[in-house]
Design a protein around this ligand. Sequence first.
Ligand code: SF4
Length: 367
Amino acid sequence: MKYLDEFRDPKLAKYLIEKINKIASKKWAIMELCGGQTHTIIQYGIDQLLSENIEMIHGPGCPVCVTPLEVIDRAIEIAKRKNVIFTSFGDMLRVPGSNEDLLKAKSLGADVRIVYSPLEAVKIAKANPQKEVVFFAVGFETTAPANAMAIKHASDLGVTNFSEIVSQVLVPPAMEAILNSPLNRVNGFLAAGHVCTVMGYWEYEPIAEKYSVPIVPTGFEPVDMLEGIYLAVKQLEEGIAFVENQYSRSIKREGNEAAQNILKEVFQIEDKKWRGIGEIPQSGLGINKKYENYDAALKFDVTSIKTEESKLCISGEILQGNKKPFECPAFGKECSPVNPLGATMVSNEGACAAYYKYNRYKYLVNQ
Ligand code: SF4
């Protein structure tokens, strides 16, 4: 299939692996920012084919994983109210809150529905004027424009029984938080291709310059990943650092201006708490004053929720790249996709789920 097979070409992949391993003369740690990229690396064993000088660190780019527990608890609390139709993408339904998940709430009678677009939730609101319809708007810059569009669309239609629980986060402040951490080991980044398709990569240029760190916006297929790693390692070996676009078939420097404009229209930049990492200044999007009637956090009074993370879970350290999933004592024992203790196991994009799915548990235990 065009645009797929050539990016999974084994000959090209082998050629790139040889090129990377040939130039890697020192130890370098490269962080892939997106959970989808983590899955490609683990699924195809890319990390195992690279020279021992290259370590791939899995970053915080899994939106479900970084959504704070109290936001999930708040969503479940709202979903259980009698007059509410709660809508969400399917991946949020099994993310555990402190006591239950949305699927359990649904099994106990809550009207929880999976939608494939936030605009579908607006349609449900229009068809059910006697109900309050809430959409769970979680994600990075990739999903934010559609969530903003749904609010604008509801406003244009005069639909007032629609609102969103917003937990939208931004990549550049998280990169700076990682680079500023005293524990930081990251020498170069593979930025997420889809985020850059929306936002462009101009935002990353000051970061590359300030921290002397190569940043390569990269796609998601194995050949994309290998080319991204090659470009990052080449810069590191040459002692230079700039933003180099691997995913040029999708990204332009300025990004998608229409998508950025709808973000500016509906959202405002705010301090945001990231699960496992803590609060990062100016790292998220919230609904602005003009559209505050569509903010479920204001519409529903559920601010007093107290949460408690599993004491066994070290997903915070995994999300910051300080530990690998198999270093968690609960990995594959108390914690598995059937009984996830933390979001990095329950989410399809989570690093723990990737290591479990592709048997990195068995592989490493057998070493
Ligand atoms: S294996 Fe489970 S408990 Fe351990 S860090 Fe991952 S999600 Fe948390």
